[in-house]
Design a protein around this ligand. Structure first.
Ligand code: XMP
Length: 511
């Protein structure tokens, strides 16, 4: 593969993924590797630049992560950030010292003349978060920035292309910080920034074609962003050799099944099998109220339906998975797959006894990049920016026993909720929003009549990853419109409440 590559060496800092994203936003492809990644493999990858991230360690700590000193002699430009800067200073025999107190927060900084700070104002503000600091730069280095508490806030050895900053250029609190990363990439590493979604599509299409040839590929399409984008990309590469199975378990949102069918069948002309298995799922769920039992039933039934359908198709060689980069990093497999194909015999949620090779064309992308790719491939914005939706669907949003009637009530309420969020221009800034049917009946009065009907719960959360979330501070007038419409328009609902619980201690879903 002939593309510009930067390696981001992970020392465990909280902003590591952010650094990788900033690099990619500068149209340079990068991969995150662990700090103990073998030097030989780094050489093989032949990156145009290396960035050391921050991390919680002290270079004097017992198990402090270190790197091979030879890394600094390869002629590959290196940018050390925070711990990465201290490590560079320490390894090259400068002097790193422990301060009495941690320097934390926005800090005034003065930049000297440097390629790294090209086009930036010299008096600026940076974001500091460190205890150790570089007291003296190694021989051959000059100091290129300073703050009141930090004599060497940045240092460089131009000849050896080694650069280091004590602060965090990747966070927004550092004024013009992204420019520092761009300057490193363009001015120091000499990169051009040619990595775009268009070029990614061309590259992946070629790779998929080469790996799959004219063999048969299967995809379990859920209608969610990741599986949809993966399917369209693979379809672009191999056309009708891709078959998608879409299991409609009856626990989808309003009109969702029809939308998925129309997008992929009619718009993209893909070979899509929609399995209408609503009855099957509902009869299995009858009388079951416990959340984990419901999840298990839905998961197992999904596998069964999928298996039955795929057996009808005869031998399939590959299976498409919508795995994305954060899954790859979190699962500890470190670097993103150099190729789109990986051998695998047991994929979560899918049959265990079939041998597929797995096609994972999104393994290298962050979620927002998957969305950009979706747009690039011509997938409608409505689908591309859709909130995450759990596999068990409304099965875990109808609290207690799931019935078709309850699902229908919830579908109507949820559709109104989403429509109003979109009208108010709030949908995209919310990480995830949905209605819940808590299986609670309450008393109300409508006209002159007493009612005894369902309660609907509204959930909306703000987050950047879904791991921790804040409840979304929804404007009252929007809440009021939603509540009024739901109670007026959805039969069997007479009360609406808004969930004001963060995660932790709550979870996003109610079950
Ligand atoms: P929680 O409720 O655990 O949800 O805070 C975190 C994210 O995961 C989704 N979620 C699921 N997704 N199967 C899925 O595929 C599940 O059983 C499941 N439970 C929760 C949830 O919608 C949120 O995005």
């Amino acid at each position: 593969m002939n593309r510009e590559l930067v390696l981001v060496v992970d020392f465990g800092g909280q902003y590591n993924q952010l650094i990788a994203r900033r690099v990619r936003e500068a149209n340079v492809y990068c991969e995150i590797i662990p700090f103990n990644y073998p030097l030989e493999k780094i050489k093989e990858k032949n990156p145009s630049g290396i960035i050391f991230t921050g991390g919680p360690s002290s270079v004097y700590g017992e198990n402090a992560p270190m790197v091979n000193k030879e890394l600094f002699t390869l002629g590959i430009p290196v940018l050390g950030i925070c711990y990465g800067a201290q490590l560079m200073a320490h390894t090259l025999e400068g002097n790193v010292t422990r301060a009495d107190k941690r320097e934390y927060g926005k800090t005034k900084i003065k930049y000297e003349d440097s390629k790294l700070f090209k086009g930036m104002k010299s008096d600026s503000v940076c974001w500091m978060s460190h205890t150790d600091y570089i007291e003296k730069a190694p021989a051959g280095f000059t100091c290129s920035a300073s703050t009141a508490d930090c004599p060497v806030a940045a240092m460089e050895n131009v000849e050896q292309k080694l650069y280091a900053v004590q602060f965090h250029p990747e966070v927004e609190h550092t004024e013009e910080g992204f420019k520092i990363i761009r300057n490193f990439l363009y001015e120091v590493c000499g990169l051009k920034g040619t990595w775009t979604m268009g070029s990614f599509v061309d590259e992946k299409v070629k790779e998929i074609k080469a790996a799959v040839g004219d063999k048969k590929v299967l995809c379990a399409l859920s209608g969610g962003v990741d599986s949809s984008v993966a399917a369209v990309l693979v379809h672009k590469a191999i056309g009708d050799n891709l078959t998608c199975i879409f299991v409609d378990h009856g626990l989808l949102r309003k009109d969702e099944g029809d939308q998925v069918e129309s997008i992929f069948k009619e718009h993209f002309h893909m070979h899509l099998i929609r399995v209408n298995a609503q009855e099957r799922f509902l009869s299995k769920l009858a009388g079951v109220a416990e959340p984990e039992a419901k999840r298990k039933i839905i998961g197992e039934e999904f596998i069964r339906v999928f298996e039955e359908e795929s057996h009808k198709l005869g031998k399939m060689d590959f299976l498409v998975q919508g795995t994305i980069y954060p899954d790859v990093i979190e699962s500890g497999s470190g670097e993103s797959g150099a190729s789109v194909i990986k051998s695998h015999h047991n994929v979560g949620g899918l049959p265990e006894d079939v041998d597929f090779e797995i096609v994972e064309p999104l393994r290298e992308l962050f979620k927002d990049e998957v969305r950009l790719l979706g747009l690039e491939l011509g997938i409608a914005e409505d689908l591309v920016f859709r909130h995450p939706f759990p596999g068990p669907g409304l099965g875990i949003r109808v609290i207690g026993e799931v019935t078709k009637e309850k699902c229908d009530i919830l579908r109507e309420a949820d559709a109104i909720y989403m429509e109003e969020l979109k009208k108010a221009g709030l949908y995209r800034e919310i990480w995830q929003a949905f209605a819940v049917l808590p299986d609670v009946m309450t008393v109300g009065v409508m006209g002159d009549e007493r009612t005894y009907s369902h309660l609907v719960g509204l959930r909306a959360v703000a987050s950047s990853d879904g791991m921790t979330v804040d409840w979304y501070k929804m404007p009252y007038e929007v809440l009021e419109r939603i509540s009024t419409r739901i109670v007026n328009e959805v039969e069997h609902v007479n009360r609406v409440v808004y969930d004001i619980t963060s995660k932790p201690p709550g979870t996003i879903e109610w079950e």
